[in-house]
Design a protein around this ligand. Sequence first.
Ligand SMILES: [Zn+2]
Length: 285
Amino acid sequence: MEHRFEQLTPHILLMHAEHETDRPVLAAILGRERTLLMDGGNSPAHARLFQEELARRGLRQPDLMALTHWHWDHSFGMSAWKVPVMAHEAAADTLAGLSGLDWSDECLDRLVASQTISDASRKHICLEYGEQREIRIVPPDIVFTDRLTVHLGGVSCELVHVGGDHSPDSCILYVKEDKTLFLGDALGPAVYGGPRRYNGARFLRLLETVYAYEADWFVESHGVPMNRREFTADLAPWEQLARLACIHGSDRERMIAGMRDYLGAEEVPADLLEGVEYFIAGAGI
Ligand SMILES: [Zn+2]
């Protein structure tokens, strides 16, 4: 596949997201003394592709890993790296609860039934691993509650817990010298435990936190890197949806009318209409 890897900034090599089996972005932040890896990948096979690319380019392999949140697509490749992993305490707790499972079809059925994972996750896990699912969950080594700063030599990273609807353990990773903010999936809707949902007030708080960073690059784990202008433009209608949700609660008609006014259009695009449903589902949570 072309364009799989990209040197985004002087210290950052990233591997782009691949949607077929829900592989998120992986990134190596390369300092003079150490390399930090953002997320472990969705499988050892995913991890190996990035390891091979680092080797091909003669770059230092990761010395440690920062996990943005516990979700399978970010954590199931962890065992392939054999480096200390930094993770939020809630991520560590959830991963501890998942270790020792056999990941058979019955096991996946149970996890879907208990809403620990979604049907979409089950489908992607089966696609990524096939029939022989040898999945080994590794417990994180360095567990924190609020934030951690990591110096890599000439470049430093801040790992900050932000929470949010997608997953309460969500962290973002800011690479200061390269003005790059990795968002993980923090800005995504809740995907487990019911329909997709957003809480308006929580989403606005999170956006405020994110915009406070003087970042030039914003990288969401299942998207492409965006500069500040692109990122702001991408999020503006969602910010408006969140504001409308705060005013109108779960009044669908008023939210849609508000979006028509905001867009100056007769029709609200399908993705934003879906967004209205997410905010209605998340109004009371
Ligand atoms: Zn996620």
